[in-house]
Design a binder for this molecule. Structure first.
Ligand code: 13P
Ligand code: ZN
Length: 323
């Protein structure tokens, strides 16, 4: 058992309470590789933003959990070496079982999500409460989920979203003991968040549900998944350089801005990082067919991701300067 404190990570309690009071959002960025971790950390350093470095259990297995912890600890060491103190949580995204969450806590994560959203209400409460009970002993914070966010996340696909019922949130939070709650208000995982005809506006998120939740849980941190913007520039670049992304459509930035001013304290971003990295790598490889040194496409990808993360922190989440 390794305590996250030894690696210099923080749990999300203090981060979220400040974000709630200050009406800003903590960015939670998914990584699958070193370059993404470097880009996320560099963006947080440049903007002085508290942040969450996160990955799923699948990614932790892909990278190796020991490698994940050491790379995340290295991010802290790099931050400190510049004389900065920027809070960073290492969070397990979409834990699906008690065992997965326990393993992450044992491996040194400072925060975990238990996603029981596909389960019946009582079973979701019971599973979440079990994770909370274990996590508490180690001062690890827990995110639960109520309502189903559609789209593809790892191998799990939810074809239909199920909006969160605001009537159910108080009982869920009270009975499970969670520290934060992911809700479903119309966002979705992946690059096709919604299907709109060309020229048609993207319908607004269900801010009415968010307001109802906020009323019932005053001061309680709410989380949004599936909130990437899917920049058209990178969709076009992927299509231009041999890829094929049809009907890609993200959540407009103004809508995320609005959510950020409400009870939302954490927003997850995976797809924006993925498509940026893929687009810039495709372009570099297509334009220079003789490349064999991976740095030749990884370095520009890393730089482009850093710019995307900086933009989120400064312009969308309003968390720049809060560290
Ligand atoms: P996106 O696919 O919108 O980036 O959502 C990521 C997410 O919710 C990770 O848990
Ligand atoms: Zn998610």
């Amino acid at each position: 058992m390794i305590s996250f404190k030894d690696s210099g990570f923080v749990n999300t309690r203090d981060m979220f309470s400040k974000a709630y009071d200050g009406a800003y959002v903590i960015g939670a960025f998914n990584f699958v590789c070193l370059e993404q971790m470097q880009a996320i950390t560099a963006a947080a350093m440049e903007t002085r933003s508290p942040f969450i470095m996160q990955c799923s259990a699948n990614v932790a297995r892909y990278v190796n959990p020991i490698m994940v912890r050491h790379m995340a600890a290295a991010c802290i060491e790099i931050i400190r070496s510049e004389g900065l103190t920027i809070p960073m949580a290492l969070h397990l995204d979409h834990g699906t079982t008690f065992e997965e969450c326990k393993a992450a806590i044992d491996e040194g994560f400072s925060s975990v999500m238990i996603d029981g959203s596909a389960l019946p209400f009582q079973e979701n409460i019971e599973l979440t409460a079990r994770v909370v009970e274990f996590a508490r002993k180690h001062d690890v914070t827990v995110e639960g989920e109520l309502g189903v966010v559609s789209g593809i996340e790892e191998e799990i696909e939810h074809s239909e979203s199920r909006f969160t019922d605001p009537e159910a949130v108080s009982e869920f939070v009270k009975s499970s003991g969670v520290d934060s709650l992911a809700i479903s208000i119309g966002t979705s995982h992946g690059v096709v968040k919604i299907r709109v005809k060309p020229g048609e506006p993207v319908p607004p998120l269900r801010f009415d549900i968010l307001s109802e939740v906020e009323k019932r849980l005053p001061g309680f941190p709410i989380v949004l998944h599936g909130a990437s913007a899917i920049p058209q520039k990178y969709v076009d670049m992927i299509n231009q350089y041999g890829g094929k992304l049809d009907q890609a459509q993200g959540i407009p930035v103004e809508q995320i801005n609005q959510a950020a001013k409400m009870a939302v304290c954490k927003i997850n971003i995976a797809s924006d990082g993925w498509i940026t990295m893929t687009a810039v790598s495709r372009k570099a490889l297509a334009e220079n067919p003789s490349i064999i040194d991976p740095r030749k496409f990884l370095a520009p990808s890393r730089e482009a991701m850093k710019e995307i993360y900086i933009y989120k922190m400064r312009e969308v989440f309003n968390c720049a300067g809060k560290a």
